[in-house]
Design a protein around this ligand. Structure first.
Ligand SMILES: Nc1ncnc2c1ncn2[C@@H]1O[C@H](COP(=O)(O)OP(=O)(O)OP(=O)(O)O)[C@@H](O)[C@H]1O
Ligand SMILES: [Mg+2]
Length: 272
């Protein structure tokens, strides 16, 4: 299949972006897909979750690749691509990305540096997932410019309409000015506390955003099992395979695999 590049973005911190990138990636790999996860966040949280305890000491990361693109070289050997034991590849990220983000100010075509790197590696994959930092700065613009779709995790008890409007505005702007391909693949709720309220919350999100954007059916529950992932060196499918979080992420993975499939309806267009 043609590779799909998907950014997971929300400028609000701690809504479950990195946790979702890891588990969606692991779930896609379990379903036989070829997957590359890319840590586009200077915090290096995804890199840590994937078992690299000291991301800031890693010599070869996404930062090197972006610097190489700026210097006119997308590379051939790709020593930055590492293999994870759960059957997917990943490109680590660390705080050097902050310096890259600052330096992009002086670079021509600064919004598409990451895209040029991703375009050089994506042919080997079905899915490339980009974990974004909690901001709407140049690294996130780069991730959106490189992507076919953006997934937006929203924390269930924090339905920040203003934040969402700002994020969706940025998405629309990137689509208009840089990347006409870009679509919202889906908004999904994370860290819901009480499953009894699930329907109400989903309905509220649908009312606010559902007219213009797809809202996934799946809701990710709040559970310590998922919080444990960050130090367990395992995805939820290995850590607690029969628990509700594994079931939820398996369902979410199915919805992600449905993105762009005609029979499931077209992802909504934006910013016409
Ligand atoms: N569904 C969940 N239930 C309980 N804890 C969760 C859940 N999802 C993530 N967490 C925990 O919440 C914290 C934030 O999650 P995560 O790092 O995935 O968010 P993020 O959006 O990537 O954060 P940032 O904006 O800083 O990059 C982490 O400690 C994580 O282990
Ligand atoms: Mg994160």
């Amino acid at each position: 299949m043609k590779p799909k590049v998907i950014a997971i973005a929300n400028q609000k911190g701690g809504v479950g972006k990195s946790t979702s990138v890891y588990n969606i990636g692991a779930g896609l790999a379990l379903n036989g897909k070829r997957v590359l996860l890319v840590d586009v966040d200077p915090q290096g949280d995804l890199t840590k979750m994937l078992g690299q305890r000291k991301p800031h000491e890693m010599p070869v990361t996404l930062a090197n690749c972006m610097n190489n693109v700026v210097a006119g070289d997308t590379g051939r050997d790709h020593p930055e691509i590492l293999h994870h034991k759960e059957g997917f590849d990943y490109v680590p990220g660390n705080r050097c990305l902050s310096a890259v983000e600052v330096s992009l100010v002086n670079v021509m075509s600064r919004e598409t540096v990451l895209k040029r790197y991703i375009d050089s590696v994506k042919k080997d994959y079905d899915y490339v997932l980009l974990d974004c930092r909690p901001s709407l700065g140049m690294l996130v613009i780069n991730a959106l410019s490189a992507s076919d779709y953006v997934l937006i995790p929203v924390q269930a008890d924090y339905l920040a309409a203003e934040d969402m409007t700002e994020l969706l505005g940025t998405v629309a702007q990137v689509k208009r000015q840089i990347n006409p391909q870009l679509k919202v693949g889906g908004i999904f709720l994370t860290m819901t506390n009480d499953t009894n309220f699930r329907k109400d919350i989903v309905q509220a999100v649908r009312q606010n955003f559902g007219q213009h954007f797809p809202v996934f059916q799946t809701v990710i529950p709040s559970t310590v099992r998922l919080a444990e992932i960050s130090t367990a060196d395992k995805s939820i499918f290995k850590h607690d395979p029969h628990g509700k979080a594994a079931k939820a992420y398996a369902d979410l993975v199915k919805e992600v695999q449905g993105i762009g499939e005609k029979q499931r309806g077209k992802p909504f267009d934006i910013g016409r």
